[in-house]
Design a protein around this ligand. Structure first.
Ligand code: PRT
Ligand code: MG
Length: 216
């Protein structure tokens, strides 16, 4: 049996065509079912639904053999737990967005950076943010949040946020402006290293099929 860990929503949706290329169809709709283990048309493949941030944990510890996770999630996971046991053979080029710095329109980010003042930055992505500002030589006080980062500059909790942006409409709706792009983000295939040895052939076949179907 091969167990694939996916999160509901955009990663599940955008992984479906890759699975199809491997001849795999998920036979139940996660939006309609309450099941956390979904069967497929192949008796030897099943999908487990987990939170996006839990995918690397499942795969690293063998709760799943393979999984799909955003680069953001993988960097943060490695920052907290290291990346032992996790093999990342493919960038799937799906669930694309970017990691950016955003501020209130009336906050002069460039001036604050130039003056060398301490900037208060709220984010869920503390590993990425810490590294980014360290590389720039900017002093920051990081404030860890678990959601609704946009609120932080609006309430005075922080001067800036580090968050994912795709269309930009969330920032716009909250009157925030993107002042720096830190990195492009897409989702990767992650494989449990022990499973790669023990279930070598079926996993290699999956990796190859996925690779042939990566969107341009
Ligand atoms: O939502 P939930 O709390 O359950 O979990 P999650 O946010 O971890 O999962 P999910 O499914 O939302 O995201 C899974 C992965 O998709 C992330 O790890 C990213 O790699 C990738 N991805 C791609 C995104 C986005 N695009 C994205 N736009 N993840 C989140 N967003 C959010 C962003 O945080 C912001 O709140 O969408 C908002 C901005 O979108 P725009 O279009 O308004 O700019
Ligand atoms: Mg989300």
């Amino acid at each position: 049996m091969i167990t694939l860990a996916l999160s509901k929503g955009r990663i599940f949706e955008e992984t479906l065509p890759l699975l199809a290329a491997a001849g795999i169809q998920v036979t139940e709709d996660p939006e309609k079912s309450r099941k956390l283990i979904l069967p497929t048309n192949r008796e030897d493949v099943r999908v487990v639904l987990v939170r996006a941030t839990d995918v690397p944990t499942y795969v690293a510890h063998g709760g799943a053999d393979i999984g799909v996770a955003g680069k953001d999630v993988l960097i943060e996971h490695a920052g907290e737990e290291g990346d032992a046991g996790l093999y990342q053979p493919l960038d799937l080029n799906i669930a694309k967005c970017r990691m950016s710095v955003a501020v209130r329109a009336d906050f002069d980010y460039e001036a604050a950076v130039k003056q060398g003042s301490r900037i208060r930055v709220a984010t869920k992505y503390t590993t990425i943010a810490r590294q980014h500002f360290a590389d720039k030589g900017v002093h920051v006080d990081l404030i860890k949040l678990y959601g609704s980062m946009e609120l932080a500059p609006l309430t005075g909790l922080a001067d800036a946020i580090v968050d994912l942006v795709s269309t930009g409409s969330t920032l716009k709706a909250n009157k925030l402006v993107e002042v720096e792009q830190i990195m492009q983000i897409s989702s990767r295939l992650v494989v449990n290293q022990a499973a790669l040895k023990l279930k070598r052939e079926p996993i290699r076949a999956l990796i190859q099929a996925f690779e042939s179907a990566i969107p341009k």
